[in-house]
Design a protein around this ligand. Structure first.
Ligand SMILES: Cc1cc2nc3c(=O)[nH]c(=O)nc-3n(C[C@H](O)[C@H](O)[C@H](O)COP(=O)(O)OP(=O)(O)OC[C@H]3O[C@@H](n4cnc5c(N)ncnc54)[C@H](O)[C@@H]3O)c2cc1C
Length: 433
């Protein structure tokens, strides 16, 4: 099977433009994000977004009729690798999470009216959205346990339950809420998705959960995760998104490509940390030589390069498989990269931070923020353990236990069989002795 991840010259030209644009126009803005605040940041991004639109790279993940490019996953992956180098770059390219994923859901499952009312303003940057699935009281890694319910009452649905970690929930204009509509159905057909306007009575934003990445509770800043109570929230029947009971199916369709994008963005972060590691190793001098001459630091550089290359090829291969054979064929590859890529990101950032000593630990460099970001990657979109278990299950389907309990490679048993098979040869050898 031939894997070819090279891209055409025209697209490569676009990627080169993106790299320079992100570095020159967006990296400087990162350093004053807190001074700008959310409104200032959105304002600063607007003219940059216009340039991106002119290049035809805005919301490239969507189909052409929605203003995107209909790029396959390999091309999108290569774009995300560049965007990953800055946490705010996706804002200028119309594909910041969770709006990008939510726009994919709306494109995939929305009615004409829903697209008109929510998708188009979302793409124009006039609305903000959140995806509200995880609950504090049930295991997010097993969403068949969801408890938030949606009960039909005449022409309305009534939603009740509590969610948390709804990213950007406190600044969203609407939320895509996952709720159980059919508790008696098969586990993966129990839940449905709904579009809930944030100002609907009964939607209570309780708080932004302080996290390792954002330790101080603060409303209205990108990257926060809301805890939300849905208390007898009445929404019209046409707020159902997609078919009743299709919540998991739609979520999966969104999550698979989303994981490829995550992994490529993580490589962008890792690459930036890696560059800092290499630069530091050349200028920092201790114990008679630059760090670059210490074997430990050389190991860090070589191991990081090897792991990043492995993660990159694995991710592009998963993307290529999705493009050529479809989502189902790429399932195992996507689960592999989710836990492997998250670990690579973590380890590369950790080494770069270590090489910078106290400077790396300080906020004078972006490394400590990358480190906090990296830790979450091992949890969201399915924790490492769940993806490892899924990979192992899929691999083990190709094996079976020996019916007699003897391992198939058991040497004494194989030797016995070989002796029988080559009895003549053995006899001849013995006779010659
Ligand atoms: C930064 C960030 C952003 C997020 N954004 C959103 C969002 O926008 N919308 C949303 O709905 N949710 C969001 N989440 C929530 C996220 O999807 C969940 O945290 C995740 O699915 C795990 O669920 P949980 O936290 O309930 O952990 P649990 O399901 O309670 O799992 C806890 C731990 O148990 C272990 N575990 C679980 N299953 C297994 C297993 N089968 N084998 C071995 N060990 C296992 C793992 O170590 C796991 O970390 C976000 C989370 C983070 C950190």
């Amino acid at each position: 099977m031939a894997w070819d991840f090279s891209t055409d010259a025209e697209f490569q030209h676009q990627l080169d433009w993106m790299s320079a644009f992100v570095k020159e126009e967006i990296w400087p803005l990162e350093t004053i994000v807190h001074e700008l605040g959310l409104d200032g940041l959105v304002e600063a991004m607007r003219p940059l977004g216009e340039q991106v639109k002119e290049r035809g790279l805005w919301a490239a993940h969507l189909d052409p009729e929605l203003g995107g490019q209909g790029y396959g996953q390999v091309k999108l992956g290569l774009m995300h690798e560049i965007l990953g180098s800055s946490p705010i770059a996706p804002l200028a390219f119309g594909n910041a999470a969770p709006d990008s994923g939510n726009s994919e859901i709306l494109a995939l499952a929305g009615t004409v009216e829903q697209k008109e009312r929510y998708l188009h303003p979302l793409l124009a940057g006039d609305l903000k959205s959140a995806f509200s699935m995880t609950e504090p009281d049930t295991a997010g890694s097993d969403p068949t346990l969801l408890q938030t319910s949606a009960v039909r009452d005449g022409a309305e649905w009534v939603i009740g339950g509590r969610k948390w970690f709804s990213s950007n929930g406190s600044i969203a204009d609407f939320l895509i809420v996952m709720a159980v509509t059919d508790p008696e159905a098969r586990p993966h057909q129990r839940a449905s998705m709904f579009i809930v306007d944030a100002d609907t009575p009964g939607v209570h934003i309780l708080r932004d959960v302080p996290t390792m990445e954002h330790p101080w509770e603060s409303y209205g800043v990108y990257g926060n995760h809301a805890e939300i109570a849905y208390q007898d929230v009445r929404i019209p029947a046409d707020a159902l998104l997609g078919a009743r009971g299709a919540g998991f199916l739609i979520a999966q369709q969104r999550l698979y490509p989303g994981r490829i994008h995550h992994c490529m963005r993580w490589l962008g972060v890792a690459r930036r940390a890696f560059d800092m590691l290499c630069e530091r190793s050349l200028y920092r001098y201790a114990h008679g030589s630059p760090l670059a001459e210490k074997q430990t630091v050389q190991n860090w550089i070589a191991d990081s390069a090897a792991h990043m290359q492995a993660a990159r090829l694995m991710t592009l291969q998963a993307a290529w498989k999705m493009d050529t054979e479809g989502v189902a064929a790429a399932r195992q590859d996507i689960a592999l990269i989710k836990f492997f890529g998250a670990q690579v990101l973590h380890d590369v950032v950790d080494r770069a931070l270590q090489a910078h000593g106290s400077l790396g630990y300080s906020t004078d460099l972006p490394l400590e923020a990358m480190y906090r970001f990296a830790r979450a990657a091992r949890i969201y979109d399915g924790p490492d353990e769940v993806h490892r278990a899924s990979v192992a299950r899929q691999i083990l389907r190709g094996y079976e236990a020996p019916s007699d309990g003897v391992p198939s490679e058991h040497v004494p048993t194989r030797r016995e069989a070989a002796r029988e098979r080559f009895a003549g040869l053995l006899e001849a050898v013995t006779a010659n002795d």
